[in-house]
Design a protein around this ligand. Structure first.
Ligand SMILES: *[C@@H]1O[C@H](CO)[C@@H](O)[C@H](O)[C@H]1NC(C)=O
Ligand SMILES: *[C@@H]1O[C@H](CO)[C@@H](O)[C@H](O)[C@H]1NC(C)=O
Length: 512
């Protein structure tokens, strides 16, 4: 008879083996369920097998709440992902670089009591200009009439992703796993799950306003988002189109249009974005042109045509879920494309544009006033829908991702902070969260595409948040440095000073 200790061990070991067995069975079952439930892989099956692994698996943690899994894209795939190199031409992606550890759930002892979102419109077709360049390129290839070889061989069979391009330019995409309408809707669902506690379902509660720049794709985004967040034709929500007219001074969501100097100053204003882009393009595109010429010696592509090919990768992905164009270029060539997109944003409406901070400060100032007023007086939720060119100035005003030196245009500056791919993808959004922690202390936290980013010089709060009082001072200081919008932009004293419409109805101080 074995001694009691050995008997105990054998019983214990048996139990261990049993537990292990049960656990591994559960794992197998779980992975089967996850596999079956994974709509992105199911969709990519339905749409034909993609050239690259593009679709990240849906992450239950993305909805917020109790999940502690904030597994990111790199973690899941462990491989180079084209979507992180498209500089704003990609579907929405999560920010994973330079984010505060611990995910976006509020830190222990804190609760979000107010949110202010500024979001880019959802995934769209190319703009008229970019699209026209793509069509022209394709027509020229067709007219050449020679079958292509090598990395462009697919083009012999390939068709542009719209039968009626003119009807689609600028509009949200409506097909595939990355369609703009689907993404806007599911973002609404995602955020209403995360911020459910801020919603007031009382029948007599006033509707929550959602403000949207008055062009179709932006208003559509707000409507799909609102449907996901509040439900179909909900009386709890109202989308308010906001004019993008150039004569509204500071009372606008789209200051790039109303800042006169930004449009007139062809050296330092928004035109400089293209000037610097062309300079950088000439540093990398001719080499690609030479490479492709080796494969098809009778057809030489201009640098601008190569750039269009790179743009086709993202835009086809937004319609079809994947694109053979993405495989034409090497990772190093994608790094250059990514940088080219960073350069244009940087000089067109970012820190490389002297009007940028004053433009971005308008919304920041209005929002900071509301954060200080708090949810009881100002209402708990604010949503604004705009363009990437309106989000980039907000980054300048917040002093996020600022580099010590302007971006060079002779080569890729690999160590830059200014990377737009994870900040202004299609549907890209910045949410300023007001948190109350412990003994009624208020903090502000910045969520950029579901990555929390810390403010340089104001991150002493829980989860690197910024104490509300300090945030107010920080924004005031930024406003002083930015200068008065009317003055900086060359508008008269009778122009509107700032944003007046951003206020939820039914709360104290509402005027209209
Ligand atoms: C709903 O709102 C009205 C007006 O604000 C208020 O009088 C009423 O008590 C609220 N009802 C509930 C159930 O909270
Ligand atoms: C900024 O906010 C202050 C209130 O703190 C307001 O008086 C001022 O008009 C605002 N300025 C702009 C440009 O929005």
């Amino acid at each position: 008879m074995a001694p009691p200790s050995a008997r105990r061990c054998s019983r214990l070991c048996l139990r261990l083996v049993l537990i292990l067995l049960v656990l591994s069975t559960m794992l197998v079952l779980l992975s089967t369920v996850v596999f079956l439930l994974n709509p992105s892989s199911a969709l990519s099956w339905a749409l034909g097998s993609p050239q690259q692994v593009l679709a990240p698996a849906p992450d239950p943690g993305a909805y917020g709440g109790t999940s502690d899994c904030h597994c990111d894209d790199k973690g899941r795939q462990g491989q180079w992902n084209i979507l992180y190199h498209l500089g704003g031409n990609s579907p929405w992606i999560q920010k994973i670089d330079d984010v505060v550890e611990g995910g976006f759930d509020p830190p222990k002892g804190c609760a979000v009591d107010m949110i202010h979102m500024m979001s880019r419109h959802g995934e769209r077709y190319p703009t008229v200009n970019a699209g026209a360049r793509m069509i022209k390129l394709l027509e020229r290839v067709k007219a050449a009439g020679t079958p292509l070889k090598g990395s462009l061989e697919f083009l012999n069979e390939w068709k542009y992703f719209s039968e009626t391009p003119g009807d689609h330019f600028e509009q949200l995409t409506t097909t595939g796993p990355y369609s703009g309408i689907l993404q806007a809707f599911s973002t609404g669902v995602k955020l209403s799950t995360r911020y459910r506690h801020l919603m007031n379902f009382n029948d007599s509660a006033p509707p929550t306003y959602l403000w949207a720049g008055d062009v179709t794709r932006v208003v559509d985004t707000a409507r799909y988002f609102s449907t996901g967040f509040f439900g179909l034709n909900s009386k709890h929500a109202k989308v308010i189109p906001v004019s993008e007219a150039a004569d509204l001074g500071g009372n606008t969501l789209t200051p790039g249009e109303t800042c006169l100097n930004n449009n007139l100053d062809i050296i330092k204003g928004h035109d400089n974005g293209y000037t610097q882009l062309y300079k950088f393009q000439s540093s990398y595109l001719p080499t690609i042109s030479q490479r492709l010429l080796l494969e098809n010696p009778t057809l030489e592509f201009t640098p601008s045509e190569i750039y269009s090919m790179q743009e086709l990768c993202g835009f086809e992905t937004l319609v079809r879920g994947s694109s053979p164009w993405c495989s034409v270029f090497t990772p190093a060539e994608w790094d250059s494309f990514e940088y080219a997109r960073d350069v244009i944003h940087y000089y067109r409406s970012g820190p490389g544009n002297p009007y940028s901070r004053a433009m971005g400060w308008l919304w920041l100032n209005a929002t900071t006033n509301l954060l200080v007023e708090g949810p009881m007086r100002a209402g708990p939720m604010y949503f604004s829908f705009v363009h990437d060119g309106d989000i980039v100035p907000l980054l300048s005003a917040l002093g996020l991702f600022n580099d010590a030196h302007d971006l060079p245009v002779t080569h890729v500056e690999a160590r830059r902070k200014w990377k737009t791919s994870q900040v202004t993808p299609m549907g890209g959004r910045i949410i300023l969260e007001r948190m109350t922690c412990g003994d009624d202390e208020q903090y502000v936290r910045i969520n950029v595409n579901d990555g929390i980013v810390a403010l340089d010089g104001c991150d002493s709060g829980p989860g690197k948040s910024c104490p509300l009082e300090r945030f107010k001072e920080y924004v005031e200081k930024s406003g002083k440095e930015a200068g008065d919008f009317r003055e900086v932009c060359g508008l008269g004293k009778d122009a509107e000073e700032g944003i007046r419409f951003l206020r939820q109805p039914g709360y104290g101080g509402y005027e209209q």
